[in-house]
Design a protein around this ligand. Structure first.
Ligand code: BJW
Length: 253
C-alpha cells in the first residue's frame, strides 16, 4: 500500500539474498504488534507515567522494592497473555530455512523470539520471567550453600522464605553490565555480518545501540526497520519506515 516502503524493500532484498551472514538487533517495537507496550512511546509507553530511574535501576528497586516488583509482575502477566506476531514468526522461519545464517540479538526481555522458535537468541537485557538475588543469599558462606532463588516468595516484599534476602527480576537495569558472554557473542555477530537489520528499537540505549555502528565499520550494510525516526538512522544504508510485523515477512520470505 505504501509505494516508498515497497520500493525500499525491493532495494534491500538482494542485499539479504546475497549475504552469507545476517545479524538482527531488535527492540520493543518488534513486540508492539503482539500487544506489548514499548518503553518510550509518549502515550502508551511503559514509562509514559513514570521515571525510568525509579523502575529500571538498582537504586529505584532499593528505594521501593514492592512497587517495582509489582510493576514487573504486571509486565509478566501482560506478556504471558500474548503471542509472537508475524514479525517474530518470519524471523524464526527464515532461520529454519537457512540454519546459522541469521543471528538474533535482542534487547527484549519478553521471550517472544524464543517462543516463535528462533534458536540461539542473544538476549542482552536478561529475562523478564527469571528471578535473581539482589545481594546474594544471606545464609550462604560459599555459592554452593546459597538458597535456590526459586525459594523466594513473590509478595510483600519478595523475599526468600529461608534466608530472608530480597530477590529481583533477572533483567539488566541502567548502570549494570550486560551478560559478558552474550554481549561478546553479539559483538562477534555484528563484526561478522554482511547485513545488520535494526528492528523496532529507538537506538538510545548503549552498548546495544553501538552494535549497528560496529557492523557498519566492519563493512556491513545497515537496514533500519521502524515506523518512526531513530537515533541509528544516520548509520543506515536503508530506512524501511513501517511496522515490523508487516515489513519482516516481506523482507524474509
Ligand atoms: C516499532 C513498532 C512496530 C513501535 N514495528 N517498530 C554511552 C552513551 C550514553 C549513555 C551510556 C553509554 N553507555 C552506557 C550508557 C548508560 C546507559 C544508557 O544507554 N543510557 C542512555 C539511555 C543515555 N546504559 C546502561 O546503563 C547499560 N549498562 C552499561 O552500560 O553497563 C556498563 C557499565 C556499568 C557500570 C558502570 C559503567 C559502565 C545497561 C542498559 C540496560 C537497559 N535496560 C532496559 C530495561 C530492561 C529491563 C526491563 O525490561 O524493564 O532495557 S532500558 C530499556 O531500553 C530496555 C530496552 O531493552 C532498552 C531499549 O529500548 P527499545 O527496545 O529501543 O524501546 P523504545 O521504547 O526506546 O523504542 C521502541 C521503538 O519501537 C521506537 O523506535 C518505535 O518507533 C518502534 N516501534 N512500534 C517496529 N510496530
Amino acid at each position: 500500500a505504501d509505494p516508498a516502503l515497497a520500493a525500499a524493500i525491493d532495494q534491500v532484498r538482494p542485499w539479504l539474498q546475497s549475504a552469507g551472514r545476517i545479524a538482527m538487533l531488535t527492540g520493543a517495537g518488534v513486540s508492539a504488534e503482539s500487544g506489548v507496550p514499548t518503553f518510550r512511546d509518549a502515550q502508551t509507553g511503559l514509562w509514559a507515567h513514570d521515571r525510568p530511574e525509579d523502575l529500571a535501576t538498582e537504586e529505584g528497586y532499593r528505594a521501593n522494592p514492592q512497587r517495582v516488583w509489582d510493576w514487573y509482575q504486571m509486565r509478566r502477566e501482560m506478556v504471558r497473555a500474548v503471542r509472537p506476531n508475524a514479525g517474530h514468526i518470519a524471523v524464526a522461519e527464515f532461520q529454519a530455512r537457512h540454519p546459522e545464517r541469521l543471528t538474533v540479538i535482542t534487547q527484549n526481555v519478553d521471550g517472544l523470539h524464543e517462543a516463535a522458535g528462533s534458536p540461539g537468541v542473544l538476549a542482552l537485557h536478561g529475562n523478564l520471567f527469571a528471578d535473581a538475588w539482589l545481594d546474594g543469599c544471606a545464609l550462604a558462606r560459599r555459592p554452593a550453600d546459597a538458597c535456590p532463588v526459586s525459594w523466594a516468595e513473590p509478595g510483600h516484599p519478595p523475599r526468600c522464605a529461608q534466608c530472608g534476602s530480597l530477590v529481583r527480576p533477572a533483567v539488566v537495569w541502567f548502570g549494570e553490565g550486560l551478560p559478558v558472554d552474550t554481549l561478546a557473542a553479539a559483538q562477534a555477530a555484528a563484526h561478522a555480518c554482511e547485513v545488520m537489520l535494526v528492528v523496532g528499537t529507538s537506538g538510545q540505549v548503549w552498548p546495544a545501540a553501538g552494535l549497528a555502528g560496529s557492523a557498519r565499520r566492519a563493512g556491513a550494510k545497515v537496514i533500519v526497520v521502524n515506523p518512526e525516526a531513530t537515533a541509528l538512522d544516520d548509520e543506515a544504508d536503508a530506512l524501511l519506515r513501517g511496522p515490523s510485523a508487516t515489513v519482516l515477512p516481506r523482507l524474509l520470505d
